[in-house]
Ligand binder design. Structure first.
Ligand code: FAD
Length: 428
C-alpha cells in the first residue's frame, strides 16, 4: 500500500520529527479511540493520556498531515462568530462561560509547549489589520465588548502606529493582541503527539478509518487492516473526514486556502517588512495572513476555494496579494507553495457533540482553529471524563446542515463570498 507523505510545505521541510509510525494491523482494544491526528485529535488524546486513559489515535496519513501541520501558524484568540450570536442561542450565562474561554486555546498551547519542552518557534503577539475605516470602527467596538468581559490584552493601532509593526501603507489601523502569537504548527502537533506517546498513547499512521459503529455502548472503529473496540470514540477528522460518518458530512463545508513561503530575507528586509515579528491577518472576509518564519522567510497566505478544490498554481494566486502589501517582495523567490482544507460550519462556530452515548466529535473551526482545537481538545477530553459543562454549551448551539450538502453549497458560498468581498472593497 502506498505511504501518504506530508504536503510539500516549508513545515515538512523543517520538521523536527521525521519518524514513520506503523499502520494498524489486527483487532485491538482501548479506553478511547480517536480518529484523526491533527490538533483536535492529538490534544484530546494527550489530555486523556494525562488523566490515565488508555488512548489509541488513528491517522489516515501522518500526524499533522491535515490543516494542523500546514496552516499559517497564527495564534488567534476568540471565536469566528460574535458573542451576541452566542448570547442569543446560549443565554447570558452560556455566553459568559464561553467568553471566559476566549483565551483558553492560546493558554493551552503555551502551557503544553512549556510542560513538554516542545520546540516550535513560539512567539508572542498577533495583529489584526483594518483595511477600511468601517473595519477599524467595528474593531473598536469589539475591543470595548471584550474589555467589558475582562479581556484586556488588545491594543488599538492607528494608521501611523501600525507602521511600527507592518511595513506597508495599506492599513488604516488595527489592533495587537498581546496574548496572540505564532508557532511552527507541524512541530507543535508532532511534539504534542510525542508527549502523548510518552504517557502511553498508541498512534497508528497510514490507517484510514472506514466506518464507525457509534450506536454501540462500546463503539467499534473499523480500518482497512483491523479494528479498535473502545469505551469511547472521538471523531477529529475535520475537513478530511469526508463521508466516513454520514451524519457529520452535511454539517461542514471544506474550503481550501493557500500559502507561499519565500527565500530567507536579509535582517534589514525582515525588519522593514514586519519589525516586531508578530503575525498579521487583515479583517477582510477573504483575508491575507502573513508572518516571518524562525529563519526569516516571509510566509504569506490567503485565498479560499469553497468545496476544497486545489488551485493549480499557488504562487500565481498569492504573489500579487503579497506584492500589493509589500512591493519590496517582488524580487523575492518563492521556495514553497501549498494548500490545505479548513472546515466551515454554517454558524462559523465549531460543531461539537455526541453520536450515540459514547462517541464525541468536534470539527468546523471555520478558519481559526489553532487555538479552538486546543480548547476543544481539552473540553472533549473533560466531557468524556465526566465534566461536560462547557462542552454541552457548545454542543447546544444551532448546527444547521449546508443546504444541498457540500456539492451545492460550494457554488452558493462562492457567490456569498463575492458579495462580502465587494462590501470589504467598498468599505460598507
Ligand atoms: C492553509 C491553512 C492555513 C491556516 N491558517 C490558520 C492560522 O494561521 N490560524 C488558525 O487559527 N487556523 C488556521 N487554519 C485552520 C487550522 O489549521 C485548523 O482549523 C485546525 O488545524 C484543524 O485541526 P483538526 O485537528 O481539527 O483537523 P486537521 O488538522 O485537518 O486534522 C484532521 C486529521 O484527521 C485525519 N483523518 C480524516 N479522516 C480520517 C479517517 N477517516 N481516518 C483516519 N484519519 C482521518 C486527516 O488525515 C487529518 O490529519 C489554517 C488552515 C489551513 C488549511
Amino acid at each position: 500500500m502506498q505511504q501518504i507523505k506530508h504536503t510539500g510545505s516549508y513545515y515538512a521541510a523543517s520538521a523536527n520529527d521525521t519518524r514513520e509510525r506503523a499502520r494498524l494491523e489486527g483487532d485491538i482494544e482501548a479506553d478511547v479511540c480517536i480518529v484523526g491526528g491533527g490538533f483536535t485529535g492529538v490534544v484530546t488524546g494527550l489530555t486523556l493520556a494525562e488523566l490515565g486513559y488508555n488512548v489509541v489515535i488513528l491517522e489516515s496519513a501522518k500526524i499533522g498531515w491535515g490543516a494542523s501541520g500546514r496552516n499559517g501558524g497564527q495564534i488567534v484568540n476568540g471565536f469566528s462568530r460574535e458573542i451576541a450570536y452566542i448570547e442569543k442561542n446560549a443565554g447570558p450565562e452560556g455566553a459568559s462561560a464561553l467568553a471566559d474561554l476566549a483565551l483558553e486555546g492560546g493558554n493551552i498551547i503555551r502551557e503544553l509547549v512549556a510542560r513538554y519542552g516542545i520546540k516550535c518557534d513560539l512567539k508572542y503577539g498577533s495583529i489584526l489589520a483594518a483595511c477600511t475605516q468601517k473595519q477599524l470602527r467595528d474593531m473598536e467596538a469589539t475591543k470595548d465588548m471584550w474589555a467589558g468581559r475582562g479581556r484586556n490584552g488588545l491594543e488599538m493601532l492607528n494608521s501611523h502606529t501600525i507602521r511600527d509593526h507592518v511595513g506597508t501603507d495599506k492599513y488604516v489601523g488595527g489592533w495587537i493582541d498581546h496574548k496572540g502569537g505564532h508557532i511552527h504548527p507541524l512541530n507543535l502537533v508532532q511534539g504534542e503527539a510525542a508527549a502523548a506517546e510518552k504517557l502511553g498513547a498508541r498512534i497508528f499512521e497510514q490507517t484510514r478509518v472506514t466506518s464507525v459503529d457509534h450506536h454501540l455502548d462500546n463503539p467499534v472503529v473499523h480500518t482497512e487492516g483491523g479494528s479498535v473496540k473502545s469505551k469511547y470514540v472521538v471523531l477529529a477528522g475535520n475537513a478530511y473526514l469526508g463521508k466516513t460518518v454520514k451524519q457529520l458530512y452535511p454539517k461542514i463545508l471544506p474550503a481550501s486556502t493557500q500559502i507561499i513561503v519565500t527565500e530567507p530575507l536579509s535582517d534589514t528586509m525582515a525588519k522593514e517588512l514586519i519589525p516586531s515579528d508578530m503575525c498579521v491577518e487583515d479583517a477582510n472576509y477573504v483575508l491575507d495572513y502573513f508572518r516571518l518564519t524562525a529563519d526569516k522567510r516571509l510566509l504569506f497566505g490567503g485565498g479560499t476555494v469553497y468545496g476544497g478544490e486545489d488551485v493549480e498554481d499557488v504562487e500565481k494566486v498569492l504573489r500579487p496579494n503579497m506584492e500589493k502589501i509589500f512591493p519590496a517582495a517582488k524580487d523575492l523567490k518563492v521556495e514553497f507553495g501549498w494548500q490545505g482544507n479548513i472546515a466551515l460550519t454554517w454558524s462559523r462556530l465549531p460543531h461539537v457533540g455526541r453520536l450515540g452515548k459514547n462517541t464525541f466529535f468536534s470539527h468546523g473551526y471555520s478558519g481559526h482553529g489553532v487555538t479552538s482545537t486546543h480548547m476543544m481538545g481539552r473540553l472533549v477530553a473533560h466531557a468524556l471524563h465526566g465534566e461536560a459543562n462547557e462542552f454541552d454549551i457548545f454542543a447546544g448551539m444551532p448546527a444547521r446542515s449546508f443546504p444541498g450538502g457540500q456539492v451545492l453549497s460550494a457554488p452558493l458560498s462562492t457567490l456569498g463570498c463575492w458579495w462580502y468581498s465587494m462590501r470589504d472593497k467598498l468599505g460598507i
